[in-house]
Design a protein around this ligand. Structure first.
Ligand SMILES: [Zn+2]
Length: 609
């Protein structure tokens, strides 16, 4: 294979053209074939006078590896090797996910390879390990990923060997987590790295291999490390309880709101430190009857966390009843919550139980609790204190056994100061508050959520969308997500609907609803937002071909024959030009050439073997 031929899919050595904002390709590396690290190194700043070290905008610390060794020993001795390993993997995962964000910022518009290698280079820059890339294959549009790297002089091995000596198990746990976290965020789907050889077992260097989670066998153990709570990210844990949604209440005497089952796709999905912390809190409180207050911005998934809490609690076989207090007109809220007796007021033509009674033996989820009227707040306080409710227009108290989970996106403490929320009720609800972080603070969850929603909407809309383009992934990571997970969900649904079958969701399929984009998203989008998914590009290509086939065809053929271009050369150049013009998108290039994607893939492969 000549260098020229290799240029189609393999760009080695100093030649790093290939796929701008690249999406696919295979690269086999010569030893330490890495791009210049200056763009990353220049972001490392020491400010000894203020006691700060910065890597871009992230504060870092310099620590003695010996101290890490002592911590490692203590973790292993107190928690056992499995829990210690899990903790360190999660720590590495968080760090890798963070660095992937930096990659987007620094090399978001570079070729795929240079862009990806930010992670390995940062790992070295941070003093953790010297990474030698061996093989990197990626086709983000189809979700294909394969990465193989050698780790030389791993700091983690050094401390492990010092503390425990050589053994039979690999020991670069934090680093394994880093590689998995970095790559998952980078390619927008869960990717797991395994250390197949390790210096701690006597190998000369450590070797890691990364593939999408679904392509590995027996991942249960590693999944448990990343997602310690068994109820998260598990497809089998579907919401099977019947959930009463906050149906619009017209007249209180109307038939009870229909109780609809929650969709089976509603799963808690995440792997970030923030997500794991919330799951940990849910698990702690699930076994009790304590009132739980879920705090967080709109769209962070409070109801889903409430449903999960119900499902893992002792009340799982009882009903889960949800009500959005803000969705019920003020004058109807009391009858909705506590029920109504026939004749209590005009329109109350029959007696009806409220949500409290219907949640008997189970869980009542009160969303947007801050919007309750003061009168309803008083009744709610009584229900919580006495375990009794009184229907509107009735003097009889009814015993109810209900666990209340309340949620709000406002600061209730402020509301008590303003007098719009009863202080006694606030303290009654604030027994076990759980703060759910916004999506922008748990970006490590984005790849899992992307894959989850992609699967869900592909099947819901019967579309054969293959995945996400690299620039779509970059855009999703750089965006601020003011609407949180709900906004991500809506955006991916829109993307799946807009993308063509057999294609990947591109940036222009996503940000179509007037989102305010940061300079970051705009910078990396190239012309991806202005140029609707290459349509103009394709049209231009067609024009060129049409032109060549018209008046200029004769002279083009004369030139080619005159300069001795062989049929093979011509084909190679044409294929390469199409791939470059389609920015590495093989399907797009195939369309330009008027052949199918497999036909083009076959021809490209033939050129490089
Ligand atoms: Zn190792």
């Amino acid at each position: 294979m000549t260098d020229k031929q290799a240029g189609i899919l393999r760009s080695g050595g100093p030649k790093r053209t290939g796929d701008a904002i690249g999406q696919c390709g295979t690269q086999i590396f010569d030893r330490f074939d890495l791009p210049d690290i200056e763009d990353l190194a220049s972001r490392l700043r020491f400010s000894p006078r203020t006691g700060r070290i910065w890597l871009d905008n992230n504060r870092m610390i310099l620590m003695h590896t010996r101290a890490l060794g002592a911590l490692r020993r203590e973790l292993v001795e107190t928690l056992g090797i499995s829990a210690a390993r899990a903790l360190l993997i999660r720590m590495g995962y968080a760090s890798g996910a963070q660095d992937a964000e930096l990659a987007v910022k620094v090399r978001g518009t570079a070729s795929f390879t240079d862009f990806f290698l930010v992670g390995p280079q940062l790992h070295a820059l941070e003093g953790i390990v010297n990474v030698q890339p061996v093989r990197l294959e990626s086709d983000t549009a189809t979700g294909h990923f394969y990465g193989e790297f050698l780790w030389h002089d791993s700091a983690e091995d050094e401390v492990h060997i010092e503390q425990f000596g050589f053994g039979s198990e690999s020991a670069c746990w934090m680093q394994q987590g880093y590689a998995s976290g970095y790559t998952s965020v980078f390619v927008g789907r869960p990717v797991l790295f395994r250390e197949v050889e390790c210096r701690a077992t006597g190998a000369q260097a450590c070797r890691i291999i990364g593939k999408p989670l679904s392509e590995w066998d027996a991942t249960d153990e590693e999944l448990r490390y990343l997602q310690p709570q068994s109820f998260a990210n598990r497809d089998r844990l579907i919401v099977s309880n019947r959930t009463a949604q906050a149906a619009p209440a017209t007249v209180p005497a109307a038939a009870p709101s229909p109780e609809v089952p929650a969709t089976p796709e509603k799963l808690l999905v995440g792997a970030s430190a923030g997500f794991n912390m919330v799951c940990h809190m849910l698990e702690k409180v699930a076994g009790t009857n304590a009132t739980v207050l879920l705090l967080g911005e709109s769209g962070v998934g409070k109801e889903l966390f409430a449903q999960t809490l119900h499902r893992i609690s002792k009340r799982a076989s009882g009903p889960f009843v949800a009500i959005n207090c803000a969705a019920i007109p003020e004058h109807l809220i009391e009858s909705e919550l506590f029920g109504v007796e026939k004749g209590a007021f005009t329109g109350a033509t029959e007696s009806r139980a409220g949500r409290f009674e219907r949640a008997h033996g189970g869980t009542l989820f009160l969303d947007e609790i801050g919007t309750l009227t003061l009168q309803a707040q008083g009744k709610l306080l009584r229900a919580l204190q006495e375990g009794e409710v009184e229907r509107v227009g009735d003097r009889k108290s009814r015993k109810v056994d209900v666990r209340v989970v309340a949620a709000t996106n406002v600061n209730l403490r402020d509301c008590t100061r303003k007098g719009t929320f009863r202080e006694d009720l606030f303290f009654r609800l604030n027994v076990f508050p759980i703060q759910i972080p916004p999506l922008r603070d748990r970006r490590a969850d984005i790849p899992l959520l992307m894959e989850h929603f992609l699967k869900q909407f592909r099947s819901r809309h019967g579309k054969q969308v293959t995945g996400f383009t690299q620039r779509a992934i970059n855009g999703l990571f750089a965006y601020d997500w003011p609407g949180n997970i709900r906004e991500l969900e809506n955006m991916i649904e829109r993307g799946v609907i807009l993308a063509a079958d057999g294609e990947a969701v591109d940036l222009c399929h996503l940000f179509t609803s007037g989102e305010i984009l940061s300079a970051n998203v705009l910078a990396m989008s190239g012309d991806g937002l202005l140029n609707p998914c290459g349509q103009r590009e394709a049209a231009r290509a067609k024009e060129t071909v049409a032109g060549a086939g018209g008046g200029d065809a004769g002279s083009l053929i004369d030139t080619l024959l005159g300069n001795g271009t062989s049929l093979d050369d011509l084909e190679e150049q044409l294929l390469q030009a199409a791939v470059e013009r389609a920015q590495g998108n093989i399907s797009e290039a195939a369309r330009m050439l008027g052949i199918t994607r497999p036909q083009l893939a076959y021809r490209l492969k033939r050129k490089i073997v």
